[in-house]
Design a protein. Structure first.
Length: 381
């Protein structure tokens, strides 16, 4: 499919793998450790294939999916053979467009040279590795299982296997983290020869083990000024090394941008398969039931495992697209902003936070304030 200005002509498939070997203290994703779930990997594969079959009958995707992204959870726990089976299920239902981007997330500890070779043979084109930090104390606070050097080693193994596109995820702002910890992580990333880096500020989510520790005073609460300083450090180091930011939290070398995530940010449509996965089709957003056992049971009965759905109004769609589009370096067409907000745009442009003209975009200086700028614009409309 050709990609329009908004990306609405593009179509993606997201697959959620809900399994993890252990639970990280900061994570509130829909994931389950072995003692928390009764369903097996075999039941998961069967249910997933049933969902994709039902989904493909409901959605007319001519030419196949433009992007596929397998996330979690820990998809690498399925092994290369399991992930190949997942990708085959997408091929056999929605199909894959010519030149489709196919990504899987992987935990560095559950990868190997043989694993990456198997992924490449299966048709994967991109690997995203959860590094989080190169500091052992920071990884301990995050309850991450891998050793500090394993993520870099895994990235090098993926590159050696033949992957052109490899991403490393890092988290900054972890309680007890220092500026030197961040510099150490950035040095490690630059040594890994990857073409994409995602850097996310830690969010202490309610209900997580980390939130309980912060509430009890066992860990200090994250501070906004620390986030800002760390972000500026990350941007300076990566951009000096040849990475360009294309979304507020994402940097890539030329051609290394994640097309699947761009599909989200540009307003594309996608089917999310797996327990707890979210979809956006037409103007409808819906999500699957979270528990793997319930997910599998509904599909055995021939039902799509939808837990809730909502139809977005034109206003809601507009607001969402402005919010997402202004996180991108490319910004949005000026015509997307209503007359009432043009004064707000000019005010931020005079302050050096926005560019104005045919397109409106945050400047380098405006990146840290993107959410507030969006709020100002939408309130003025």
């Amino acid at each position: 499919m050709a990609e329009s200005e908004t990306g609405r002509d593009a179509f993606g498939v997201y697959i959620h793998v809900p399994f993890c070997a252990t639970r990280c203290g900061y994570c509130d994703f829909n994931t389950y450790t072995p003692n928390e779930v009764e369903s097996s990997h075999a039941e998961y594969f069967d249910a997933l294939e049933r969902e994709l079959t039902l989904a493909a009958a409901r959605v007319d995707v001519r030419g196949g999916a433009d992007t596929v992204f397998i996330g979690g959870g820990t998809p690498s726990l399925l092994g290369a053979a399991g992930l190949s089976r997942v990708l085959d299920a997408v091929r056999g239902t929605f199909g894959l467009a010519d030149g489709a981007e196919v990504t899987t997330e992987s935990n560095p500890e559950s990868t190997s040279p043989e694993y990456f070779a198997g992924l490449l043979e299966a048709g994967f084109t991109r690997v995203s590795l959860g590094m989080q930090s190169a500091s052992a104390p920071v990884l301990k606070v995050l309850d991450r299982a891998h050793t500090p050097g394993r993520a870099v080693a895994a990235a090098k193994e993926a590159r050696a296997a033949g992957f052109e596109h490899v991403n490393l995820d890092m988290i900054y702002g972890t309680p007890t983290e220092t500026d030197d910890d961040v510099r150490k992580t950035l040095d490690a990333i630059l040594s890994a020869d990857v073409d994409h880096v995602s850097a996310y500020s830690l969010i202490v989510e309610d209900g997580t083990a980390m939130a309980r520790k912060v509430r009890r005073g066992e860990l200090p609460a994250p501070q906004e000024e620390v986030y800002a300083r760390r972000y500026e450090l990350i941007a300076e180091v990566l951009e000096s090394a040849g990475f360009d930011w294309y979304e507020v939290s994402n940097w890539a070398k030329a051609g290394g941008e994640c097309r699947h995530n761009l599909l989200y940010w540009r307003g594309g449509q996608w089917w999310g398969a797996g327990p707890g996965a979210h979809s956006f089709i037409g103007c409808e957003r819906f999500a699957n039931v979270k528990r793997p056992e319930r997910y599998a049971a509904l599909l055995r009965d021939g039902e799509l495992p939808v837990d809730f759905s909502e139809t977005l109004t034109d206003t809601e769609r507009h607001d969402e697209q402005v919010m997402l589009g202004l996180r991108l370096k490319e910004g949005i067409p000026a015509g997307w902003v209503g007359k009432g907000a043009r004064g707000v745009v000019e005010k931020h442009a005079r302050g050096g936070l926005l560019t104005s003209g045919e397109r409106i975009a945050v400047t380098d200086a405006g990146r840290l304030l993107a959410d507030g700028i969006v709020t100002d614009i939408l309130a003025a409309e």
